[in-house]
Design a protein around this ligand. Structure first.
Ligand SMILES: Cc1cc2nc3c(=O)[nH]c(=O)nc-3n(C[C@H](O)[C@H](O)[C@H](O)COP(=O)(O)OP(=O)(O)OC[C@H]3O[C@@H](n4cnc5c(N)ncnc54)[C@H](O)[C@@H]3O)c2cc1C
Length: 436
């Protein structure tokens, strides 16, 4: 009997735990460790920050879900992980031994990188966590009482840009609907080399569609920009420009969870975990990881550094490969190991309209520098598509389904996208030692 532990019950961890439970016979234990009592659908936090939807619309209680779907839930924060002894220590003092662990702890936030950044000790808002989004919403409602300069963007090193575009374009629509648009100036500041890059170079039509939409809505966009300081009423860039702000929502650069940063050899210096194509750690065969916590390098260098986006769909694909590969290593299924394709589809909601960005795959072929295909396409149906997907995702989390066969088929038929592909076993993907 093996004990498989998933750390983090977010967009990656919860479906991975469900998939493991479905793939592994009942003699193997599956434990999910979460520092939060609820699952949060993070993409919904843009709407929470702008007071479009309440937070509970995007949350589910983990306890009844885990009970119903036969996953053991431990609610506490992981403080240390010993990959040699295969042992996890929790904030509540509990110690958990594992045979395999899948780390899905998402990002921590580098607010300390820029003076004045962040909702805790700084002067900017964030929508990256439920508590940040609630704080952002409170300040947004105050801003609406007396609108002025709204600055939205991302810090140097950020790898997640879509939510900044969503936030500013949805904010613009709200201001317009409330008859307040002429009282506000809206500016987008981004380290991306051009507007609509989103961390992925050369997506067909992405720059043109995104820049045109911002222009039509009267939003000034400053790309290739490095924010260096933030004060209560201004944002300063490295070229000396200073922009006034009454409300600023700036996405920070991400790091991995602090226990990863504190465990020698587990992650890189930012706390992101290196992986083999199987998403197994190169040095610790019992450790797998997925989602934002995985180390995926941006293949290009730009004047202002940016990361590679790790979207929800890429995260799910990583989770499916991880669950599959652990099941193969435990002998529960007899198939080739898998790797996620990292073919990404991203629905972005921009008020009355939206843009669908597709990059298949996100990382171009290292030999040719090419992708199978990529494109961006605009329409109101993208907004409906995003709302439908959100409902679908919440429903499958309620039902204990990870990525059912009809979703995989739909992705292939509609977008030509596959989540995972088989790979031959490599000597480095040896099984971990399973305790008796
Ligand atoms: C505002 C915003 C909007 C986004 N919109 C989109 C979108 O529209 N489309 C899209 O594809 N992607 C979007 N993304 C990206 C998407 O949310 C991520 O790809 C996805 O959430 C990554 O999943 P994850 O499991 O790695 O992290 P998360 O979903 O963040 O889950 C990590 C979980 O681990 C828990 N955890 C952390 N540390 C510990 C610990 N020490 N012990 C126990 N538990 C711990 C956290 O509390 C959290 O519950 C968005 C991201 C943001 C921030």
């Amino acid at each position: 009997m093996a004990h498989v532990v998933v750390i983090g019950a977010g967009l990656g961890g919860l479906p991975t735990a469900y998939e493991l439970r479905q793939l592994l016979p009942s003699q193997h234990r599956v434990t999910l460790i979460s520092d939060q009592p609820k699952f949060t659908f993070i993409p919904g936090l843009v709407r929470v920050g702008l007071d479009v939807d309440p937070l509970d619309h995007f949350q589910l209680d983990l306890e009844p879900l885990a009970h119903r779907h036969k996953v053991a839930l431990v609610q506490s924060k992981v403080t240390t992980l010993d990959p040699h002894d295969q042992r996890i220590t929790l904030e509540n003092g509990e110690v958990i031994d594992y045979d395999y662990v899948a780390i899905a702890t998402g990002p921590s936030f580098a607010f300390d990188a820029i003076p004045g950044l962040g909702p805790h000790d700084g002067y900017t808002h964030s929508i990256c966590s439920p508590s940040h989004a609630l704080h952002a919403r409170e300040a947004w409602l105050q801003f609406l009482e007396n609108p002025g300069s709204l600055v939205v963007g991302a810090a140097p090193g950020a790898g997640c840009f879509g939510p900044a575009y969503e936030f500013i374009l949805m904010a613009e629509q709200i201001l317009r609907q409330k008859g307040l648009r002429d009282r506000a100036t809206l500016t987008l500041i981004t380290p991306e080399p051009y507007v609509g890059h989103l961390g992925v170079s050369g997506v067909k039509n992405a720059q043109k569609l995104t820049a045109t939409l911002l222009r039509k809505r009267g939003i000034e966009a400053i790309a290739n920009a490095a924010i260096t300081a933030i004060s209560p009423d201004a944002v300063t860039l490295d070229d000396g420009r200073t922009l006034p702000q009454q409300y600023a929502m700036i996405l920070p650069a991400f790091r991995g969870a602090s226990f990863i940063q504190n465990t020698p050899g587990l992650g890189n210096k930012k706390g992101f975990i290196p992986v083999l194509p199987t998403y197994q750690h190169p040095d610790f065969p019992s450790v797998y990881s997925l989602g934002v916590g995985v180390s995926l390098a941006q293949p290009e260098q730009f004047r202002v550094p940016i990361g590679l986006p790790k979207s929800g769909q890429m995260t799910e694909a990583m989770g499916m490969a991880v669950a599959h590969n652990i099941a193969v290593q435990l002998g529960a299924i007899h198939k080739l190991l898998q790797t996620p394709t990292l073919e990404a589809i991203c629905f972005a909601e921009f008020g009355e309209t939206g843009i669908l960005y597709v990059a298949a795959p996100v990382l171009p072929d290292p030999a040719t520098g090419k992708r199978r295909y990529s494109y961006a396409i605009q329409g109101k149906w993208v907004v409906w598509g995003k709302a439908l997907f959100e409902q679908y995702f919440m429903t499958k989390m309620r039902l204990g389904a990870a990525v059912p066969w009809y979703e995989r088929l739909g992705l292939r038929m509609m977008f030509g996208v596959d989540l995972v592909k088989p790979i031959a076993a490599t000597p480095t993907s040896a099984p971990a030692s399973v305790r008796a």
